[in-house]
Write a protein that binds this ligand. Structure first.
Ligand code: DAV
Length: 378
């Protein structure tokens, strides 16, 4: 394969400056990270209750969500999570990564469409709202009404990246009318093994970026309670022939976001959730499959929106360095055993908001070229 390195086509740094590359450029989850967006928890609020959220929120927190709908997350938790985000930013900067932050927008101000009204949630998880594929950054047509305007917090960055040469696009803005939801999803609960009946219908395309994992020319996707087949097909056609989207199904009765189910660590190295990946898909033939250690997050610690498998939601800084939760000894030890260099950072309070290091970030730029890494399907 012909490889075009950043230094080719010119002599020394002068040549590089003449061909200023797009500020957005990322093909994988593991190439060397140069610039990243880290979310914020400022103004984070419980969204208004909507039945489409029921299949993914842990059942023990449903009453909390119903009771506190539209109200702020507990201020002490917001403060603790914000402190952890600051530590995370320092860790990333210390490793030479340029960190950008969204501009907080009002989350509790009501908005309406022709059909419904809602308030927002937060700008904590850029991984959900925005998808970077190569030099393009895509605003996702998210399925939750409370996330309808979430990408506005990133607009100053999106405009800057566009002016710098990035491609900027957005999925078709969904109406999110009642036809978008299958609210009679009683059998969506606990149907591991069978096909999960999801909370979203095929009325219009919806997807969250976190339902896609990038492996160069191959992108691995899942259908979920927020990502429908229509959304995946829209993305497939939008990206064109340079990419292959593979839709996989896992043993997960509550699918929403693929990044606590599989996590590519480096070429040929895949971290998997041992409960959800019972049989490794043929696509990964020849890859080392590493099983995430059993989570150690105590039962008393509130995880409002995720399972404890958020322990495997790590961020690769390159094929070696990986940011891991400081208290998660088993993950730290496993990473060392597998030959990686874990960089610990406190993040447990942030975890309560529904994600960890991968969710809280969006890699804007990683060094590296567009290549193929998955040959198992050919
Ligand atoms: O528990 O699998 C992880 C990702 C949330 N953004 C879970 C959800």
């Amino acid at each position: 394969m012909h490889r075009t390195g950043p230094d080719q086509g010119g002599h020394g740094s002068a040549g590089r400056i003449e061909r200023a590359p797009s500020p957005v450029r990322s093909h994988t989850e593991w190439d060397p990270l140069e610039e990243v967006v880290v979310g914020v928890v400022d103004g984070a609020a419980f969204p208004p209750w909507h039945e489409a959220m029921a299949p993914v929120l842990p059942e023990q927190h449903h009453t909390t969500f119903r009771r506190r709908a539209g109200r702020p997350f507990p201020p002490e938790l917001v403060r603790a999570a914000a402190d952890e985000l600051e530590e995370f930013v320092r860790v990333l900067e210390g490793e030479g990564v340029k960190v950008r932050r969204p501009e907080p927008i009002p989350q509790r101000r009501p908005y309406t469409t022709l059909d419904w009204s809602s308030t927002g949630m937060y700008a904590a998880m850029p991984r959900d709202a925005l998808l970077v594929v190569g030099e393009e950054i895509i605003e996702c047509p998210m399925a939750w009404r409370s996330r309808y305007y979430e990408s506005l917090a990133y607009r100053p960055l999106l405009k800057e990246y566009f002016h710098g040469g990035a491609r900027w696009s957005a999925g078709p803005k969904p109406e999110l009318t009642d036809e978008q939801y299958d609210l009679d999803h009683a059998d969506a609960h606990g149907s591991a093994g069978g096909r999960v009946r999801t909370a979203v219908t095929e009325f219009e395309p919806t997807f969250d970026a976190a339902d896609f994992a990038r492996f160069g020319r191959d992108i691995v996707a899942q259908r979920s309670h927020v990502t429908n087949a229509f959304g995946i097909e829209w993305l497939r056609r939008h990206l064109g022939d340079a990419y292959r989207i593979h839709v996989l199904e896992f043993d997960d009765p509550h699918p929403m976001h693929i990044d606590a189910t599989i996590a590519p660590l480096a070429p040929g190295k895949l971290l998997v959730n041992p409960e959800r990946v019972r049989r490794v898909p043929d696509l990964f033939r020849g890859w080392d499959v590493l099983r995430a250690p059993t989570p150690v997050i105590p039962d008393g610690h509130p995880l409002y929106m995720t399972s404890k498998w958020i322990n495997m939601n790590i961020l690769m800084l390159d094929e070696q360095r990986v940011v891991v939760e400081r208290q998660d000894e088993p993950v730290i030890e496993a990473m060392k055993r597998w030959g990686f260099t874990p960089i610990p950072c406190d993040f447990r309070n942030f975890n309560s908001f529904g994600g960890s290091f991968h969710c809280a970030t969006l890699d804007v730029r990683r060094r590296g070229e567009l290549e193929s890494y998955l040959d198992g399907d050919r």
